[in-house]
Design a protein. Structure first.
Length: 323
């Protein structure tokens, strides 16, 4: 009789598709098998849950932490919590002076900035800056055009607020904030007015992805803004039209994740992840999130895309995408 029992040794796998080696022990004899791996090596991981459940919040990475700012849980919130990847734990920070939801957040030069949003059912242009060294907030020059649910991105130290909702409609307004001078300047409007979109920067270009308006739900529109020429161009449409999605950029790609998409005549929360390559103007499907969610926030830290808060089956979990 042939003994068919083998003991498993160690797997030695490359970090990307390509040549790999499987090392094992078969009946006491070392065995190495070399093979070529194919496929997408990217994946999602789950981390410590956000202590305070909320959606339509803002998030940004700053000094090695992911900050979750404001949001809503049936009422506008001022809560600020910081996640430390080194310890997989959250800590409470000084709350926003102005309670609000549907705000947008960005970080520049060691300071966190919170823009606009909704407070007491009214659209506001409030801007506040957080200093992690002193754990304190200070008021800054308000947005010239109060808005909620704007797309936000940073280019060369300037924060761009893109589109959003005014008190009466979706807008294409683009305004740029200079933290160094605490001043605002108007820029060319986004061609397609919308709110609940996402925005991210690659190579000095800002990509505005998805969103919605009163006329059109589940938008697939992708438009790119060049701050150097103050001009917009249309790009390949998002394969899965949606609003309330998360958008982030890493390693020269723009990632669109989650949100609410159309199923028949209804809206359904999705876990879909799609990646845009600016070099080829094409989208590619990537591994879906661990669970569907919408109205979350995203932040990029240490080579990972973190998804924070939102609404959905796993929205209390902090998820990280490993490209």
């Amino acid at each position: 009789m042939i003994n068919t029992i083998a003991t498993s040794g160690t797997w030695t796998l490359g970090p990307v598709p390509g040549l790999n080696t499987l090392q094992a022990t078969v009946q006491g004899t070392p065995l190495a098998v070399t093979f070529t791996a194919t496929g997408d090596p990217s994946f999602w991981s789950s981390h410590a849950a956000l202590p305070t459940f909320r959606f339509v919040l803002g998030a940004a990475a700053l000094n090695g932490f992911v900050y979750a700012v404001g949001g809503m849980n049936f009422e506008d919130m001022a809560t600020v919590e910081a996640y430390d990847p080194a310890t997989n734990s959250w800590a409470t920070r000084a709350p926003l002076p102005s309670t609000r939801s549907e705000l947008s957040v960005a970080a520049v030069n060691g300071v966190l900035y919170a823009f606009g949003g909704i407070r007491d059912r009214a659209v506001v242009g409030t801007v506040e800056a957080y200093d992690p060294v002193t754990d304190s907030w200070t008021p800054r020059a308000p947005m010239p055009t109060p808005r909620a649910d704007v797309g936000i991105a940073v280019v060369n130290g300037i924060i761009y607020t893109v589109g959003g909702a005014s008190a009466t409609s979706a807008v294409g307004t683009v305004e740029a904030y200079d933290p160094a001078t605490d001043t605002w300047s108007a820029k060319s409007a986004m061609p397609t007015p919308r709110w609940s979109l996402g925005a991210a920067e690659v190579g000095g270009i800002i990509y505005a992805v998805g969103g919605m308006s009163y006329e059109t739900f589940w938008m697939a529109t992708v438009e790119a803004y060049d701050p150097a020429s103050d001009t917009w161009t249309t790009k390949a449409s998002l394969p899965t039209p949606r609003f309330g999605l998360g958008v982030a950029a890493i390693d020269g790609r723009v990632y669109a994740m989650g949100g609410s998409t159309q199923v028949g005549s209804y809206s359904e929360i999705t876990a879909i992840l799609e990646a845009y390559d600016p070099g080829t103007n094409t989208w590619t499907r990537k591994p879906s999130m661990l669970g569907p969610r919408e109205y979350m926030a995203t932040a990029v830290l240490q080579g990972l895309v973190y998804v924070v808060g939102g609404m959905g089956g796993n929205s209390e979990l902090l998820e990280a995408y490993h490209p």
